[in-house]
Ligand binder design. Structure first.
Ligand SMILES: Nc1nc2c(ncn2[C@@H]2O[C@H](COP(=O)(O)OP(=O)(O)O)[C@@H](O)[C@H]2O)c(=O)[nH]1
Ligand SMILES: [Mg+2]
Length: 318
């Protein structure tokens, strides 16, 4: 049996078990999360996003090192929403951070997107609560791409770092994908390759096109070489400056409010969907409506509207 005290004390085995329960949609996980929630809200959550291969995992490994130098406890969640067969990629993510494996103040988990009720976004949020209540000062979420469908890193993190590399026109692609708006720090990794300054200039131009008011954070651009650590200390410091900036300007409060509202919305969606699936499976009403639709007695649009109104009085059964 899992006790929240084990998680609150930072026990890594308890944390790992808890995340497994979340991944398996175990009802016990949701009971524990309810108890844990009041202890959450202390960690600074960083999202690191960018195309596959730009060096996110290597960079996070180097970032962990810098945050550890500052004696901060670091938790990492590596996720891959793109493929149900991503075992290999995820294994790679953890391997790149292997040198921290024996550090009791570093906790790294990977999550696959298989079968998460309410999507990966909700499961990740739940995992963030676990890492937060385990006492990590910094939580880093690694994800491929940003704003992909339901999974949007900006809905989970306080600060978003978008990683690109020289010479790929990633800056322009970022604008096209609409992720420019969600980036707080733009990282040009693999700066040992030619064209890094050019990519920085491109990004500067893009950022200047954004309408930034004085009370807003102006995005920073940082060049890194994740392999030898160049620029990574500056990157760590910049994330912490962003955190301070948000706290000092009341932006943190509004960010937290926004994230809470989105979490609540995801939970509502999840529970509503559960209700609908239950209704489709078991209800005599539903069978009759489907028959009526088939025989053109009722149109599906009106039928759905009527049913949604009725669903509110149905009880969710666990
Ligand atoms: N030259 C160079 N290679 C890098 C750098 N950072 C990462 N790599 C390499 O890029 C490849 C992909 O890195 P990985 O961290 O797995 O990328 P991810 O898919 O974004 O997580 C690996 O072979 C890394 O060694 C860098 O700054 N410079
Ligand atoms: Mg990776």
């Amino acid at each position: 049996v899992l006790d929240i005290r084990d998680i609150l004390s930072g026990n890594q085995r308890a944390g790992a078990r808890m995340i497994r329960l979340i991944e398996e949609n175990d009802p016990m996980a949701f009971n524990l999360l309810k108890q844990l929630y009041p202890y959450s809200g202390k960690a600074f959550i960083i999202g690191i996003t960018g195309s596959p291969g730009v060096g996110k995992s290597t960079l996070i490994d180097a970032l962990i090192f810098e945050f550890r130098e500052l004696e901060m406890k670091v938790g990492v969640i590596a996720i891959d929403p793109t493929s149900p067969y991503s075992g290999g990629a995820i294994l790679g993510d953890r391997l790149r951070m292997q040198r921290h494996a024996t550090d009791k103040d570093v906790f790294i988990r990977s999550m696959a997107s298989r079968g998460q009720k309410g999507g990966l976004s909700l499961a990740t949020k739940d995992a963030v609560i676990v890492l937060d209540t385990m006492g990590h000062d910094i939580i880093i979420i690694e994800t491929v791409g940003a704003g992909q469908g339901e999974f949007d890193i900006a809905n989970l993190a306080h600060s978003v770092g978008i990683v690109s590399i020289p010479g790929t026109g990633d800056g322009i692609q970022a604008v096209k994908a609409g992720i420019l708006e969600t980036g707080d720090i733009f990282i040009v990794n693999k700066s040992d390759r030619p064209g890094a300054d050019m990519t920085c200039q491109e990004l500067t131009m893009m950022i200047n096109m954004r309408s930034n008011s004085e009370t807003e954070w102006t995005p920073e651009i940082i060049k890194t070489n994740a392999l030898n650590g160049t620029g990574v200390k500056e990157l760590a410091t910049t994330f912490l400056s962003h955190f301070d900036f948000m706290k000092n300007n009341g932006l943190m409060d509004s960010k937290i409010k926004e994230l809470n509202s989105l979490y609540f919305q995801s939970l509502l969606k999840d529970l509503t969907l559960k209700k609908i699936l239950l209704f489709m499976k078991d209800s005599q009403d539903c069978k009759e409506i489907l028959k009526a639709i088939e025989s053109h007695e009722i149109n599906p649009i009106t039928a759905a509207e009527d049913m949604v109104n009725k669903l509110w009085v149905l009880k969710t059964q666990d």
